[in-house]
Design a protein around this ligand. Structure first.
Ligand code: WTA
Length: 655
């Protein structure tokens, strides 16, 4: 098999020799073990990687597919596995988190300290009546406190639902209501790029919108000390709450299937879905993928630049590295402040050895480096780096090559990791000591992941032909259900025509020679803007909820050089179609409206106004035509079924 692979970037010999998974033969051995008996394979790893209070006796339970269960009769605690276990292994004085604030201030927290802080917060939650199974919404920015909040929930068996700090009060309200949260943990403000942005005030606004009656308490971390409104019976400072508590807290031992967290993410229809993850299966894959995909060693310094508000920040900041006793960097700020050399300076200062970021950041920093030699990575000492990772969206080969050359000095493998909120961890990814790399390809399935490409009836497509990416067999860290919507879980991920395979929602193609996968993008109405996942429907709903102005709206994506995709909205106003400055003014007003409804990340880049939208005779909006217009392509599709073909010319005009 080896001879047919493209050996464009084989693993460096020294790295390969010392790797956890060394060479393709080792990879293939694991794949064969998993194929021969998936249930036994995952059980072996679950015993090896996790500490169980009560060992499990059954691995996979598929009796109620697609509601799969793993290791169900075992009990464990995630926070015990991440913290106590490290202290017991003698790693108490090892630095767990190197925190760098927006202004450059650095604090180091050891495993012993992280455990003590987690216990205090866990006791504080208990004291406020939060119990096993209760939901806690965490609306915080990047901070040690954010990670501690997640670990503390895990410690007492509360299910957390982290909401990205860039989401608006409306989005936060929907997520609090959806989860039925009893508590919200937040901060007075967040600090990003030198700016203070409100968090507590947004929580107040969300609760005031109504529907959040389940929330009994709001715990507030004092980040900036700015004045915030206070509801004395409901709001409590985190430091006051912790101050009264002991540094010890007996972990709540929960069943492996106990929901560790919910994380709301966008789908192609309706409101965001509360993806529910388990305790045992999730933690196994978090630990295993952190170890194998990044070939993590005890003295590595790992840095994942994601936010804890997204799944990457869950698996590869809050849980995976800590479950392995690693040292990780947690960064509060943004890559361009005080200048676009920030990431490179931080790698240099903290001697980061494994760096994991998103293609959008890489593309933006390439532009910045080309414009200003002072922030070019070549000016920094990046020799500590061993391995580079990419996540969240396809990485174009040019950005891959630049990352490899200028950040990795040509010696660090780039692992292009494909996965999703629903999958809990990496699905298709190179392993740095084994897989020869091809820029632009996420290469091969992680050992045990039965990835395949099928047609719309679930039949395998031949290599070299595009199709739907599916995962044919269940795996431990898979989504368990959509919170409160089991039917939606089944219909979204296990449509009947796909023979019981998990439908990822992405298109993919496999190379006939190498067997390598390349992801071709979403096949549904989900957009990926700067690695942030959004549904076109959500943005449309936000636009049409501006009832004073908007009669109708349709949203599509178009490729964008920096952000990967950009949001493009076609809007029919209630009044006349605006032009010139008037169009600009209303477009701005609508952008701000969307920011208020969802969050600034959802703001449409382009807004075009029309007297109507292209529709069929039965009144259906023809989005594929809008997609062509958004891309500035000539329309070659058949438009004979269109009710109003003349509208295409109008929408194609720049206004
Ligand atoms: C996309 C982020 C190509 C894909 C971890 C997927 C990728 C969606 C890659 C999930 C990659 C993620 N190459 N596309 N390496 N990684 N995607 O849920 O479309 O925020 O379905 O999870 O991002 O986004 P999510």
């Amino acid at each position: 098999m080896n001879d047919v692979r493209s050996d464009l970037y084989p693993p460096p010999q020294a790295l390969r020799d010392a790797a956890h998974i060394s060479g393709m033969a080792a990879y293939e051995k694991l794949v064969a073990e998993a194929e021969a008996g998936p249930s036994a394979y995952w059980a072996r790893l679950a015993r090896e990687f996790l500490s169980w209070k009560t060992p499990f006796t059954r691995s996979l339970d598929d009796s109620n597919a697609p509601f799969f269960k793993w290791f169900e009769d075992g009990t464990l605690n995630v926070s015990y596995n991440c913290l106590d276990r490290q202290v017991e292994r003698g790693l108490g004085d090892k630095v767990a988190i190197v925190f760098e604030a927006d202004d450059g201030r650095v604090t180091r927290v050891t495993y012993r300290e992280l455990l003590a802080r987690t216990c205090r917060v866990a006791n504080a939650l208990n004291a406020r009546g939060v119990k096993k199974g209760d939901r806690v919404v965490i609306y915080m920015s990047m901070s040690v406190e954010g990670v501690v909040a997640m670990q503390a929930c895990a410690r007492i068996g509360a299910t957390h639902s982290v909401v990205f700090g860039g989401f608006s009060a409306h989005s936060l309200r929907d997520r609090i209501e959806g989860a039925g949260a009893v508590m919200v943990m937040t901060a007075d403000e967040q600090v990003r790029g030198g700016k203070h942005l409100p968090l507590k005030a947004v929580v107040d606004e969300a609760i005031a919108l109504g529907g959040c009656e389940s929330v009994k308490n709001v715990i507030v971390y004092r980040r900036t000390g700015s004045k915030v409104a206070w509801e004395p019976t409901r709001d409590h400072w985190l430091h006051d709450e912790m101050g009264a508590q002991s540094e010890r807290c007996e972990p709540e031992w929960v069943g492996a299937e106990h929901p560790l967290f919910l994380l709301y993410t966008s789908g192609s229809t309706g409101k965001p879905k509360g993806v529910q993850h388990s305790t045992g299966g999730f933690l196994l894959h978090a630990a295993l993928t952190t170890l194998w995909t990044f070939d993590l060693k005890p003295d590595d310094v790992f840095w994942c630049t994601a936010d804890i508000g997204w799944v990457t920040g869950h698996t590869y900041i809050a849980y995976g590295p800590l479950a392995l006793g690693a040292t990780e960097v947690v960064f509060e700020g943004v890559p361009t402040y005080p200048d676009a050399g920030r990431f490179w300076k931080m790698i240099q200062d903290h001697k980061v050895s494994v760096f994991y970021t998103a293609p959008t950041a890489i593309r933006a920093l390439i532009k910045a480096a080309e414009a200003d030699p002072a922030v070019h990575p070549d000016r920094y000492d990046l020799s500590s780096l061993r391995i580079l990772g990419s996540v969240g969206e396809p990485i174009n080969p040019a950005a891959w090559e630049w990352y490899h050359r200028h950040i990795g000095g040509g010696r660090c493998p780039v692992v292009d990791t494909f996965w999703q909120t629903e999958t809990g961890g990496h699905m298709i990814t190179p392993l740095p000591g084994a897989t020869p790399l091809v820029p632009g390809s996420c290469t091969l399935p992680f050992p045990g992941i039965a990835a395949a490409i099928v047609d719309e009836s679930g039949n395998d497509v031949p290599d070299g032909h595009g199709g739907l990416l599916v995962i044919k067999k269940p795996w431990p860290s898979m989504i368990r259900t959509i919170w409160g919507e089991p039917d939606r879980y089944r219909s979204s991920y296990y449509p009947p025509e796909l023979k019981g395979y998990y439908l990822a929602g992405d298109g993919a193609i496999r190379d006939a020679k190498t067997g390598y996968f390349t992801i071709t993008g979403r096949v549904d109405d989900v957009l990926n803007v700067s690695g942030h996942r959004m549904g076109t429907m959500e943005i449309e709903s936000a636009l049409v909820s501006c009832t004073a102005l908007v009669a109708e709206a349709a949203v599509v994506g178009r490729p964008d050089e920096t952000t990967g995709e950009a949001v493009c909205a076609f809007v029919v106003l209630k009044g006349a179609r605006p032009t010139g400055d008037e169009a600009k003014r209303i477009a701005n007003e609508l952008r701000n409206w969307v920011a208020k409804e969802i969050g600034p990340i959802a703001k449409p880049k382009d807004i075009r106004f029309g007297d109507n939208l292209p529709k069929t005779r039965s009144g259906k909006i023809v989005r594929r035509l809008l997609r062509s217009i958004a891309r500035g392509e000539a329309i070659t599709q058949d438009i004979s079924t269109l009710e109003n073909p003349a509208i295409l010319d109008q929408l194609s005009e720049r206004n």
